[in-house]
Design a protein around this ligand. Sequence first.
Ligand code: C5P
Length: 413
Amino acid sequence: MPPTDRFAPPPSLLTGKRIVLGVTGGIAAYKAADHASYLAQQGVDLRVVMTAAATRFVGPMTFEAITRQPVYRDVFDGWAGEEAGHVTLAASADAVIVAPATANTIARMAQGMVDDMLTATLLATQAPIIVAPAMEHHMWHHPATRANIELLRSRGVTIVEPESGHLASGANGDGRLTSRDRIVAAVREQLARGGPLAGRKVVVSAGGTHEAIDPVRFIGNRSSGQMGVALADAAFDAGADVVSVVGPTVTVPPMVGRVERCESAREMSALVQEETGDADVLIMAAAVADFRPESAVASKIKKGPGDDAPIVRLTRNPDILATVKRDGLFLVGFAAETDDLVANSQAKLQAKALDMLVANDAVATIGSANSQATLLFANGDVIQLPLLAKAELARVIVHQLIPALPEAERKDA
Ligand code: C5P
């Protein structure tokens, strides 16, 4: 794969997917416009279906402007040309989201009613259904709603639970529509099923570590963890069971998979050792501190008048990659180099006995949204990549490691 302008990283999981967004009649319907806009920006082929009550809260034109597609409402919509109303929409969907889902629509779904385009589509589709309820606290906790939710769950519908907080009534309580990120994560989980990493556990480390000097001070680095988070996303979207071990510098942890937080290199090491016990792949994207203060002082170091500045003696941290148990574990390391990138990286690949190493220019990469990387493999293959967004680079790395996994571990899609 030579560096060329025509190099195209694999598309994201959402790109080109046909998703039907059902919007029902609660005040949170206005938030669905933001969800629709986000999905459209991700390249989703989005079709919006509104209930009659939803159109009282938000004009269909809002969604038509966002999707550049007609908004379906009536069960008799969409019979023009090749389209066969709800049947075509239901059959062509990769996923159907209902957000916000009112107690009324949840009840209609539970009963299998077909009195508008949305319920007809929901009954006719074979695609995964993701429901994000939003309603008043007492409606959410009413035994009727509880029973309907459990019934939908038992039929395989994914319920993205509402949150606690400010409700339209002015009261605080349960029933607030959950965040867009959580809804999108639930959709991705459904779309990623059966992907090339299905049944595989991938552990990804991300971010820098903090090495305590005293209870309030630490030695740290500038790593934002963006690369590790992008890798967790890419592995998740390939169907993997992902555990992210994230350092304290990561302000936006992955929205998908399981996230384990840690502070220091030693804490990260313990978590990585534990999580890789039954893992197939370890991707060490974290900028682990190489050194830590020999001993962290128990109370804050004072600067009294006339006191000398303290001397902080450093000691080496464990090298996690070099010490992790590796039976059947595919190891991916990162190298941030400032010169002789390929030669230094090849030496590192061998010294740490890695299966794959991602080498990038230290100065250009840290803290940037882009990265220009070279991939090196244990068999000697070298792939030089063009400048890519970190999310694109993450997809390239994940798709390159899939065929490099040992035969027995690879699950062909
Ligand atoms: O040797 P160097 O620090 O350049 O290697 C970088 C790679 O090793 C990265 O993948 C990083 O996550 C990992 N590493 C580690 N434990 C350390 C330091 C770095 O696993 N203590």
